[in-house]
Design a protein around this ligand. Structure first.
Ligand SMILES: Nc1ncnc2c1ncn2[C@@H]1O[C@H](COP(=O)(O)OP(=O)(O)OP(=O)(O)O)[C@@H](O)[C@H]1O
Ligand SMILES: [Mg+2]
Length: 258
């Protein structure tokens, strides 16, 4: 049986008086597609920021394959194979698609900065390897025809694809996606679903936040529901859908006027 890849225990993150993430615990197993859902402002992105080292939680622990990663820098966390995309697109819009994907490789690159100034056999080997990986991602995401196109001139849906290609170029073990379907049309959402399955089939564990409920229910193996920073439910999609606390969080209580 697959072990736990990522384990959050009692993670709490405050902004002044606001408890954005409140005693949050959940575990993602190797090979799972794990969903996080919850209303706007529930603390989902903040939880992801605590995992990826953008924020350090005040309390709790974040373990990756048994190692405590709370307190590591974002780069150290990428080094562990944990790579994310953002809720709003963050690409270099004047740069080509291939260059944007390459920028993911450069985060990963083991070469020191002086190798860029004084090319060595090692850095040339790295560059060659980087271009091979970029080529792979262009093919995987069906972006070959746009390799030299400035990213800013592409449709929103395609830019989202480039962003995911850049993350995949880092060769993650855990891919973290913050609302990957946001702003996509039905056809693009369908394609995204297939792409995420393909990524999982490559052996990558996927953790995602998503508002598109149909998509979450169809694709995730397991999910947690967060409201006001706290986990209010977890289970398989069928279990979560039948949970009264979840129905109330999404629809509000219908017995208010009793
Ligand atoms: N840097 C910050 N400083 C202060 N408050 C913040 C900061 N980041 C988030 N918050 C607050 O923390 C709470 C949780 O925000 P978060 O962005 O994590 O929610 P979310 O579940 O991702 O929402 P959405 O679905 O709208 O993306 C919100 O009340 C938000 O205003
Ligand atoms: Mg968010």
């Amino acid at each position: 049986m697959a072990g736990n890849d990522l384990v959050l225990t009692g993670v709490t993150k405050r902004f002044g008086g606001l408890v954005a993430v409140d005693d949050l615990s959940f575990s993602v197993k190797e090979g799972q597609i794990y969903g996080i859902i919850g209303p706007n402002g529930a603390g989902k992105t903040t939880a992801f920021n605590c995992i990826t080292g953008i924020y350090r939680s005040e309390e709790g622990s974040v373990k990756w394959r048994g190692e405590e990663i709370r307190g590591l820098t974002p780069y150290q966390i990428v080094d562990r194979g944990i790579v994310r995309t953002f809720q709003t697109i963050r690409l270099f819009s004047e740069m080509s698609v291939a260059e944007n994907i390459m920028s993911g490789r450069h985060i990963k690159s083991s070469q020191s900065w002086w190798h860029g100034i004084f090319p060595t056999p090692g850095s040339r080997r790295d560059e060659k390897e980087n271009w091979l990986r970029v080529q792979e991602q262009l093919e995987f995401f069906d972006l070959q025809d746009y390799a030299t196109t400035p990213t800013g001139s592409l449709s929103y849906g395609m830019q989202r694809r480039v962003e995911m290609a850049r993350a995949m170029a880092v060769e993650p073990t855990l891919l973290i996606l913050d609302e990957p379907a946001a702003g996509l049309n039905d056809k693009e959402t369908c394609e995204l679903l297939q792409t995420i399955y393909k990524i999982r089939d490559k052996g990558v564990t996927v953790l995602l936040i998503e508002h598109d409920m149909d998509m979450v229910m169809e694709m995730t193996d397991y999910l947690s529901v967060i409201n006001f920073g706290r986990k209010i439910a977890e289970g398989t999609p069928a279990e979560v859908q039948a949970n009264p606390a979840v129905i109330e969080a999404y629809l509000g209580s219908e017995d208010d006027d009793e």
